[in-house]
Design a binder for this molecule. Structure first.
Ligand code: HSE
Length: 399
């Protein structure tokens, strides 16, 4: 069976590698060997064995009737969308790892795939090698999913773990993550939470079956977390993690991405380094956790190849996915309730006067400021009270 890979970067080359490493076991499962006939890339890869497969025009792939499976690992919305649409319209199954494409065009591409009796699959777009998309689409279907909370970004989880273990500053840890190849040269999407935001938008779209626009999700990253915040977290016996949370409220969901202070009893407290985990609560299932390699070349490529194998086993069948284009109006995030950890230079009396009963926190070696945790209140109430305080240095939600 002939396949094509569009984008020979980290994940695309990983897909070629996985198909080679596990050639025999994959052939047994499919009943045929999957052979990569074309690799679409702007570069030539002079001297690399892949060079003879390189093409620069996506129409070569779209117009070749031998190609049944196409992988998209280019990243970004365009030209990936144009290329993927052309492949689906040409009757080819597509598997992608591209969360930006899936978050923005997922429902549209699923509809195009359905119209052409092929599949648009995107297991690798969330949680790397963790099979969370398939689990939501196929396994958790007896439930109404009431909560999904995930550590969905490996880079930032690595950074928060390292800051906690070593007490180091954000900039040093970011440089280390870049040196190790976890963070991109431009790490904005990871550290500002945009990557996790797109992933929770995809998961929420799948549990509600409607379009959740990532632009509607309040998103805070970890770029303002400092070594002093980590000292306070340690004083509280907690860990700071970047969480992407989606909670059912009435007929909609309340969704947010933000760093949070987790207690050791929280199911995501022990998820460290580049690992990802997704906690799911279903109304009849109760709790479930999915944990594993959430980023990186081979884990992500593994998930892409799973999609290829599934399409290869159902060549003449569209496997339905419930994700319709009607937009879901998310619940006003101002109504969601939390306790808030606050650092301020304001006086104790002023804090009590504004916030009422609070718990003060002392962190070793920190002076000239006060740390405290509020009682449970809405985001909107917190905002009003914080504005009354003379100086908020930091605020982190407490779970
Ligand atoms: N930059 C992403 C991460 C890659 O660190 O999780 C996987 O989507």
């Amino acid at each position: 069976m002939k396949a094509a890979v569009m984008g020979y970067g980290t994940i695309g080359s990983g897909v070629v590698e996985v198909l080679e490493i596990n050639k025999d076991s994959i052939a047994k499962r499919v009943g045929d060997e999957i052979e990569v006939k074309y690799v679409l890339d702007l570069r030539e890869f002079e001297g690399d064995p892949i060079q003879k497969k390189i093409v620069h025009d996506y129409q070569v792939i779209a117009n070749d009737p031998e190609i049944r499976l196409v992988v998209e690992t280019m990243g970004g919305v365009e030209p990936a969308f144009t290329f993927v649409k052309a492949m689906l319209e040409a009757g080819k199954h597509v598997a992608t790892s591209n969360k930006a494409l899936v978050a923005e065009k997922g429902s549209e591409l699923i509809a195009i795939a359905k119209a052409h009796n092929v599949n648009f699959m995107f297991e690798a777009s969330v949680g790397g090698g963790i099979p969370i998309i398939r689990s939501i689409n196929r396994c958790l279907v007896a439930d109404v999913v009431e909560e999904i909370t995930g550590i969905l970004n490996g880079t930032t989880n690595y950074m928060m773990t390292k800051m906690t273990v070593e007490g180091s500053e954000f900039a040093d840890v970011l440089k280390d993550a870049q040196d190790k190849g976890y963070a991109e040269k431009d790490p904005t999407a990871d550290i500002e939470g945009y990557d996790a935001c797109r992933k929770i938008a995809i998961l929420t779209s799948l549990v509600c079956g409607q379009q959740v626009d990532y632009q509607d999700i309040p998103t805070e990253g970890i770029s303002k977390i400092t070594a002093v915040d980590i000292k306070y977290a340690k004083a509280m016996g907690r860990a700071i993690k970047l969480l992407a949370t989606s909670k059912k409220v009435g007929d909609s969901y309340s969704v947010m991405v933000a760093p949070c202070l987790l207690a050791p009893e929280h199911p995501l407290y022990s998820v460290n380094d580049v690992y990802n985990a997704v906690f799911v609560h279903g109304n009849v299932l109760g709790d479930a956790m999915f944990y594993g390699s959430g980023a990186g070349k081979l884990p992500t490529a593994s998930a892409v190849v799973v999609d290829m194998v599934e399409s290869a086993k159902h060549l003449d069948k569209h496997i339905p996915v419930e994700w319709h284009p009607e937009k879901l109006q998310l619940v006003d995030s101002g109504l969601s309730e939390n306790r808030f950890f606050v650092r301020t230079t304001a006086e104790e009396a002023a804090i009590k006067n504004i916030f009422g009963d609070v718990e003060f926190v002392k962190a070793e070696g920190v002076s000239g400021e006060i740390g405290f945790v509020t009682s449970v209140m809405t985001e909107a109430d917190y905002k009003v009270k914080a504005a009354e305080l003379s100086d908020v240095i930091q605020m982190i939600r407490v779970k």
